[in-house]
Structures are given as C-alpha cells and as structure tokens.
Design a protein around this ligand. Structure first.
Ligand SMILES: Cc1cc2nc3c(=O)[nH]c(=O)nc-3n(C[C@H](O)[C@H](O)[C@H](O)COP(=O)(O)O)c2cc1C
Length: 217
C-alpha cells in the first residue's frame, strides 16, 4: 500500500471521507478563536468533533474507544491552540496511549494506513515570526516535525497545518469569520474528495490560496 499523497485508500473508494477532529483546549472558557472554530467544525456533516479536555479531564483515556474512533474514520485532525510550539499536553498523552505498537505501527495491518492526518492550529505569534529570519526561526510546519513523522510512521498521508497566526487579535482585526469560512471549506473539500492532496502536501500551511488546491464548489 502506497502512502504517497493523493493515493489514499479512500480516494480510490466511493463515498465521503469521515473526518475525526480531536479538539484540545485546556481553558475553553477563555478562548476567542478555538471555541468558534470548534463550534463551526461540529456543524459540518460527516465530521466528528471530540473535545478531549471535556471528555478526559483527568487524562484517563478509554484507549479501546479512541482506537475504535480512529478505525471508524478516514481522516484525523488535531485541533488546538499552539502551546510552546507544540500541542496542549492532552494530545501528547493521547498519542502516547492510543497509538499502540501492534495497532498503529509494527503491525501486520497498521490501523491508520492510508488515512489523512493534519493539524488545525492557532498561534499567538505573527506569521512573519515563523520563518528562518523571524524570531521563532522555524516555520510552523518545521515545528510540527514530530507529528509529521508520527503520521508517516503510522503510514498516514500528512497534510500541512491549517493555521491562524496572530490569533489573539483575530477577532478585533475582523479575520476570524473568513478563517472559519476557509476552515469549513477545507473540511467539506476533504470530505468530498475535492481537496488535491498531492498539491497540498508540500505547502508550509494548508490555508494559502485554497482555490489552487480545492476543486469545484
Ligand atoms: C501556555 C501557552 C503557550 C503558548 N505558546 C505559544 C507558542 O508557542 N507560540 C505562539 O505563537 N503562541 C503561543 N501561545 C498563544 C496561543 O497560541 C494563543 O493564545 C491561542 O492560539 C489563542 O486561541 P484561543 O483564543 O482559542 O485561546 C501560547 C499560549 C499559552 C497560554
């Protein structure tokens, strides 16, 4: 089974992709952008939104349930505010416990083979800071290297992150509504096999010139 972008199991199959979004925000009551993004996500048909901090406030994962959720979907998205250049802690714990050897890797039939994996994140820092010449030195995609390699080891098709920079001023700058509209458009295109995975794969972020990677309405 090839795991090259554009050749996923589901691309060859009939029907929509089922998308699982694992949402992680440890203080949702203070969120300005992830709360509305999560609410919009939950309204997209064919998308399952799981609020990890709400479901597992003490990190006591039901590993069997989490693995069943993975098996029941064709694409997996981690959705979160960027915390110290990475995910909030619960997503790391989820990986450590759910992506078991014999299930996700070192398995005769790796459970995630051919499924799509990507991140939808918000960052307080400006986009200009996320490059070699900026104060964060690395691009957002480079910072997510462990997640990219995690997905590749599991045989998944990695897509670059769907990212909102300058998140703390997005509401007052009037950028949030457009970002949410773009997000819904990407989810619907991925679901309906209208997102060009091969064209999207090399990008630093997914949400640049969506018209170039999304076919049709
Ligand atoms: C503990 C913590 C760590 C953070 N680390 C980063 C970071 O590494 N890079 C960055 O750009 N923003 C960082 N931020 C800012 C958040 O990413 C930003 O506040 C968030 O994306 C806003 O989303 P919200 O309104 O849904 O909370 C951090 C914020 C907190 C509280």
């Amino acid at each position: 089974m090839s795991n090259a972008p554009g050749s996923t199991k589901v691309d060859e199959a009939v029907g929509r992709r089922r998308i699982l979004v694992l949402f992680a925000h440890p203080s949702l009551e203070r969120s300005e952008v992830n709360g509305p993004l999560a609410a919009a996500t939950a309204r997209v048909e064919g998308v399952t939104l799981v609020d990890l901090y709400a479901e597992y406030p003490t990190f006591d994962f039901n590993v069997d349930l989490e693995q069943e959720r993975l098996l029941a979907h064709d694409a997996l998205c981690f959705m979160y505010p960027l915390y110290w250049y990475s995910t909030p802690a619960i997503l790391k714990e989820w990986q450590d416990l759910v992506l078991e050897r014999g299930f996700a890797y070192d398995a005769a039939a790796p459970a995630l083979q051919g499924k799509v994996f990507f991140n939808a994140l918000t960052a307080g820092g400006p986009e200009a800071a996320y490059c070699a010449a900026g104060y964060n030195h690395l691009t957002i995609r480079e910072l997510l290297s462990p997640l990219e390699q995690m997905s590749r080891l599991c045989g998944m098709v990695f897509l670059p992150p769907f990212a909102l920079f300058g998140a703390r001023t997005a509401v007052e700058d009037g950028r949030l509504a457009g970002h949410i509209a773009d997000w819904v458009r990407v989810l619907e295109a991925l679901r309906d096999h209208r997102l060009d995975l091969a064209a999207a794969a090399p990008r630093t972020k997914l949400n640049a010139d969506l018209d170039a990677i999304i076919r049709g309405a």
